[in-house]
Ligand binder design. Sequence first.
Ligand SMILES: *Cc1c(COP(=O)(O)O)cnc(C)c1O
Length: 455
Amino acid sequence: MSDKQKRFFLSEDEIPRQWYNIQADMVTKPLPPIHPATHQPLKAEDLYPIFAKELCHQELDTEHAWIDIPEEVRDMYKYYRSTPLVRAYGLEKALGTPAHIYFKNESVSPVGSHKLNSALAQAYYCKQEGITNVTTETGAGQWGAALSYAAKVFGLEAAVYQVKISYEQKPYRRSIMQTYGAQVTPSPSMSTRAGKDVLTRDPNNQGSLGTAISEAVELAMTTPNCKYVLGSVLNHVSLHQTVIGLEAEKQMEMAGEYPDIVIACFGGGSNFGGISFPFMRHKIKEGKQTRFIAAEPSSCPKLTRGVFQYDFGDLSGLTPLLPMYTLGHNFMPANIHAGGLRYHGAGMIISQLLKDGYMEAVDIVQSESFKAGLMFSKCEGIIPAPESCHAIAATIREANKCKETGEEKVILFNLSGHGLIDMTAYDQFLAGSLLDFEVTDEEVAKNIAELDKII
Ligand SMILES: *Cc1c(COP(=O)(O)O)cnc(C)c1O
């Protein structure tokens, strides 16, 4: 084993020059997003007040399979890409599985997660358009950190609304954003109408991603030269993340293998889409029999227990209506440590692919995810982000199945980030004080019933 290659890298020249837009190849295209006021299918122009124009066009592009990565963005990718593809020999051995397990290590980006891949692209397009300010929301702080750094790189001011409970409980993430020069505001705040509304009703409100999105969107719509940027869910975000899967495809080839199963954790779908879509194109176009598994938390089970419905992306109903698997925009997930997975819905491309049977989803309770994360840390040395632990747990489940059947399946999962700023969560797990949260059928049904009124 010792003479076998463990990590696979690409040269700078081999870093992808284009992102892959799976919308162009999908047999059934996603239903159109709907304008919240007119209830007509959305046009790119409708999105101009909120997002940079180029991103609006990428969002709705169902024609072009390949989109050029701007040279300025690709130049920034060179600082940390290609990310390594690693054969997890340690994990395989500990599990005693015949499966071959590979992971794509996105935790090596300067901010510690895959989120920088899209933050750089979005900041670049804003700069190109003459925008001076960008605003966004962040929960756990991973996206806020990525955006803060990307904004600095391209000379933009960043204003980040951070969910209040995270602002208070995860001070290091706030420090990271401030270190990059961003202005960070705990949400709900009195600086927007959306924030004021929430605080008037409930002065002790601890905030949610939905409220923080409403605040950021409102700021973008009311401030000249300011655009809103989003770290997940939307099509253009998954598009930028396909750099992960495109690299992995070449690296798997270097390893002389092709994945039977591709796994990623699932918040809004960007890291899942990023690693999956390039491989899925061979399933769509050539009928390759790869399985794709999205691993979501049991406390926020939109893919496994939500409904396919038009719903808002935020709490206040400011965003377009998107056709997606959702638990309802009023759904309040339990306060699990994998903050990046606490989102009520799923991206519309992924929702359509799940509906059409191209992929599967599994739900994982918090304790199983951390148990997997701990095992991975001991075998591979990298402490995974609480979000990524869900992908590892799903991988271990599949590897254990291979152990039972004796099948030498090739499993590829995405390590979306490291957990070095999430050690409080590991502390709680080690102390045995971590709670598991399950959602009752009644809760799901109640939220979804409210959805019927929307459209
Ligand atoms: C944000 C985040 C996620 C979840 O977001 P997706 O858009 O579903 O990828 C997963 N892992 C890490 C490390 C994150 O920061």
